[in-house]
Design a protein around this ligand. Structure first.
Ligand SMILES: Nc1ncnc2c1ncn2[C@@H]1O[C@H](COP(=O)(O)OP(=O)(O)O)[C@@H](O)[C@H]1O
Ligand SMILES: [Mg+2]
Length: 165
């Protein structure tokens, strides 16, 4: 995330003119990047945006903005998160996704839950599950605090986020 963090009078105007900017002050460049990602997803092309920055700078706030925008566009945006206490628990990230988005939980859950799951099978199962769930519509996956993802989750989510062949 690139920004000097300062808020201008124009930002204040925007803040009072729409619902969203009552929550997000400024960050117009970052919001545009997220809006573009959602538009591209709605048009059928995939992409990845990584929000980086120190604690408290507004990454979660921007993710909430994107989630809200996705809802306005009629897109679903399930989410998961990396959690420090789970950093050594394989597939904790996809597991959290399936717990918090039960509509996504189908066959892949048993694959991810199996202790001897091969990394490729887990990644492919997650991709299959998300593709099936999207059913031809746009689906955006939000990952909070990705730096706390366990290595297996990171691999599986990176696999899911790869560009189509
Ligand atoms: N651009 C912004 N406009 C309004 N509030 C913001 C903005 N950026 C951050 N905040 C607020 O500052 C606090 C910390 O932001 P947060 O998104 O949790 O940071 P991070 O996820 O990077 O640690 C939250 O209360 C959040 O709502
Ligand atoms: Mg945060």
């Amino acid at each position: 995330m690139a920004s000097n963090g300062s808020f201008s009078a124009a930002d204040e105007f925007e803040r009072s003119s729409t619902w969203h900017v009552e929550v997000i002050v400024g960050r117009r460049g970052e919001r545009q990047v997220l809006d573009d990602l959602l538009s591209e997803a709605a048009d059928g092309s995939g992409g990845v945006v990584v929000l980086r920055g120190e604690a408290g700078i507004g990454k979660t706030a921007l993710l909430e903005y994107a989630t809200d925008q996705a809802g306005r566009l009629g897109m679903r945006m399930p989410s998961t998160a990396g959690v420090q206490a789970e950093v050594h628990v394989p597939y904790a990230g996809p597991h959290r996704l399936l717990r918090t988005a039960p509509e996504l939980s189908r066959a892949a859950k048993s694959v991810l839950d199996a202790p001897d799951t091969l990394p490729y099978r887990a990644a492919a199962a997650l991709l299959g599950l998300l593709s099936e769930s999207a059913a031809g519509t746009a689906l955006v996956l939000a990952v909070e605090d990705a730096h706390w993802l366990d290595a297996a989750s990171c691999d599986a989510l990176t696999f899911v986020a790869r560009p189509p062949a």
